[in-house]
Design a protein around this ligand. Structure first.
Ligand SMILES: *Cc1c(COP(=O)(O)O)cnc(C)c1O
Length: 435
């Protein structure tokens, strides 16, 4: 499969190059030349297949030409070492729980797949030497990437994070791992971390002495695997005999997650329509209303992983629908919730159903409450475990919530990190000691 750029100046790129580069040289996002439809027989029997079997069929459509079957199967099966159960919240509304992976958020799926695919390419080339993944994080990405790459041969990960600006729970998820993961605590902001990473990629001396790559969320190897669980969610709904009129609602920030679902629909997944739930950063919602895309600086909300003012994957949505506003509106609707509404939803859902939502999933749940039509069954993606936002959710509910065992294990670990100034010369000197 070859990949082209949404900016139109780059095409014919191999999977390996697209994965290692992340972003196309014209600054566009990579798209596969073909989105293969899966056969009707697959959908007829999908409710009888396991998550891993379903995911392998989907992965084969994207990656089967570039990765041999046995290796691809192993990558998929290793990636999905946890379940994604569909849980009934109330009549017609189901939660697809994407938080059963190592860091309790959906980003585990893409990060685990990408790390294994990169490992595959490194071994295939057999050039020896280490590949160094640099990632700047404001919290969640760092933990998913670090845990995804933990113990993968041939890869070293450096996670840069702003000192004092990530929560304790987030911090322990990437500072306690050891092995091939190094956490770097930068005396600065998230933007400083991002600038250090970008400067490293542009530095000739560093690139001559060590192989550097990024694990950005727009990378096709992180983005496409997110389609897996849309098919599995549908399969579980079919097992319940409820798949005929299904609507999938996705709490959205950078729009990578929902775009993977839209790819799924293009492959034949019989979902009726999608809803993109926004918090106050409702750039996409406004686009649906007006046909005009107006990015603006993000504002901080309770659902902070959706605080995005210029969603990167909007370019992929436009490309997928041939830049047609009406085609987009025909398959996707939107909604927007402020912090008061998110808090009220968490409270009300808990009171009436006993289910504890996280602030992101709350937007998805409420969008179904407000937007489902008679006869439709809704699935919302529960993108993270509520305990990842412990203080906020406990304050809203006025009760303690249970911290999953996995999270407790992280919190027991010893923090190991390297102190760093925000000066590039210091960061470069540090990296050179590792070359
Ligand atoms: C990243 C994230 C989102 C937003 O996903 P996008 O793919 O950026 O739209 C939603 N919820 C949680 C918990 C996240 O970590």
């Amino acid at each position: 499969m070859k990949y082209y750029s949404t900016n139109g100046k780059v095409s014919g790129i191999s999977l390996e190059e697209a994965v290692v580069k992340g972003l196309a040289s014209d600054k566009g996002l990579f798209m596969p030349d073909v989105i293969k439809a899966l056969p009707q027989s697959f959908f007829d029997e999908i409710d009888k297949l396991s998550f891993q079997e379903i995911a392998y069929r989907v992965a084969d459509a994207f990656f089967g030409e570039d990765v041999d079957a046995e290796s691809l199967k192993k990558i998929v099966y290793d990636t999905l070492s946890f379940d994604v159960p569909l849980v009934k919240v109330e009549e017609n509304i189901y939660s697809l729980e994407l938080f059963h992976g190592p860091t309790l958020a959906f980003k585990d799926v893409g990060a685990r797949f990408m790390s294994r695919l990169l490992g595959y390419f490194i071994r295939k080339e057999n050039k020896g030497g280490l590949v160094n993944v640099l990632v700047a994080t404001s919290g969640d990405t760092g933990s998913a990437v670090a845990n995804g790459f933990l113990g993968v041969d041939g890869i070293r990960v450096f996670v840069l994070y702003p000192k004092g600006k990530v929560s304790k729970i987030q911090e322990c998820q990437f500072t306690t791992l050891g092995k091939n993961i190094t956490a770097i605590e930068v005396d600065g902001t998230f933007d400083d971390c991002q600038r250090l990473v970008k400067s490293a990629f542009m530095d000739d001396e560093l690139n001559a002495k060590m192989k550097l790559t990024s694990a950005n969320s727009i990378n096709v190897a992180r983005f496409l695997p997110q389609a897996f669980y849309y098919f599995y969610g549908y399969a579980q709904l079919k097992r319940l005999g409820l798949a005929d009129n299904s609507v999938i609602c996705v709490p959205s920030g950078n729009f990578g997650n929902i775009t993977a679902g839209l790819f799924g629909k293009r492959m034949g997944l019989p979902v009726k329509r999608f809803i993109a739930a926004n918090n106050k950063n409702d750039i996409f919602y406004q686009y649906l209303l007006t046909g005009v895309y107006s990015p603006r600086p993000s504002v901080a909300t309770l659902a902070n992983a959706m605080d995005v003012g210029d969603p990167s994957n909007f370019a992929r949505v436009l490309d997928l629908y041939g830049n047609s506003h009406s085609a987009i509106c025909a398959e996707i609707s939107g909604c927007t919730y402020n912090d008061e509404q998110i808090a009220a939803t968490i409270k009300e859902c808990h009171r009436t159903t006993g289910y504890i939502l996280d602030p992101h999933g709350a937007c998805g749940y409420q969008a179904l409450k407000d937007g489902l039509k008679p006869g439709e069954t809704g699935i919302f993606l529960e993108t993270a475990h509520p305990a990842k936002f412990l203080e906020k959710v406990e304050a809203i509910l006025g009760t303690k919530i249970e911290i999953p065992q996995k999270l407790q294990e992280f919190m027991k670990g010893t923090k190991q990190s390297v102190d760093m100034t925000k000066e590039f010369t210091d960061f470069k000197a540090f990296l050179l000691t590792k070359a």
